[in-house]
Ligand binder design. Structure first.
Ligand code: BEZ
Length: 258
């Protein structure tokens, strides 16, 4: 089914070719989680399941959920227990020892609804360990997209499909819901891309691209690339995206049972 204009959609094959680094770099969050054998873990925003499988290989009992039916189908092909679910309306009958999430929370624009859902499906003492984009993430890419849309009389700022919080803002949200924050940091992580910036834009920035008619997209992409060339591309033609990560580990107190 085609996506409505302005919406991101996921093609697992395209994602695997141009964004495999997202799950590869997620191993740092797995290390922070320290999954234990027999623990029940939910991978929130599991995508195509490549990291979910790593958690399962650690011996944990892992479920995954993702908003994209195509990504969930790809994860099922890895033999994983996954379902399509909206991260802002989490509903599982089970209670989990931990909720894990990599590179997914920034797609969910109602963070308090996400945090509340995670809280409700954790056991007392359960951990919420995650990484997503932080304030400043891909700032130069967003600036370029907004500028080329502005040239066409379109308000690109109004499109923003991502939530990139500061450390203070996200820690406050977690604490307001009752979490104890054991660790939280904003980590600049310039990220070498496997190909051209155009591949990255076609894979992850569809919300902006769909603001113009299909026949205009190639021209728009060329202009964005031109603006980013002196900022993100080195002399040998290698592109590096200006990622900043928010990484945290929080815990539901042992006494909480609501
Ligand atoms: C990510 O997958 O980490 C990501 C996606 C879109 C924008 C920024 C980061």
């Amino acid at each position: 089914m085609p996506s409505p204009p302005g919406k991101q959609s996921w093609d697992p094959a395209h994602y695997a070719r141009h964004a495999r680094f997202v799950s590869d770099l997620g191993m740092a969050v797995v290390s922070l989680l320290k999954p234990l054998p027999q623990e029940w873990i939910l991978d929130l925003g599991c995508g195509d399941g490549v990291l979910t499988k790593k958690l399962a290989e650690a011996g944990s009992r892992v479920f995954g959920c993702d908003g994209s039916a195509a990504q969930v189908r790809a994860a099922r092909k890895l033999g994983l227990d996954v379902c399509v679910m909206d991260g802002e309306a989490l509903g599982f009958a089970a209670r989990f020892d931990a909720v894990f999430s990599n590179a997914a929370l920034h797609w969910m624009l109602r963070p308090d609804a996400v945090i509340d859902g995670v809280w409700r499906l954790l056991k007392p003492g359960g951990r919420f360990v995650a990484e997503c984009g932080a304030r400043g993430c891909i700032a130069s890419i967003q600036r370029a997209l907004v500028e080329v849309l502005e040239r066409r009389g379109i308000d690109g700022k109004a499109i923003d499909p991502w939530y990139f919080p500061t450390v203070d803002e996200y820690a406050a949200r977690l604490q307001r819901r009752g979490f104890k924050v054991d660790f939280i940091a904003s980590i600049p992580r310039p990220t070498p891309l496997p190909g051209d910036i155009i591949d990255w834009l076609n894979t992850l920035a569809q919300s902006y691209l769909r603001a113009v008619a299909e026949k205009e997209r190639a021209g728009l992409l060329r202009e964005v690339r031109q603006l980013l060339l002196p900022i993100l591309c080195d002399a040998s033609g290698r592109w590096t995206a200006d990622y900043v990560r928010l990484r945290f580990a929080a815990r539901k107190s042992v006494e909480s049972n609501h």
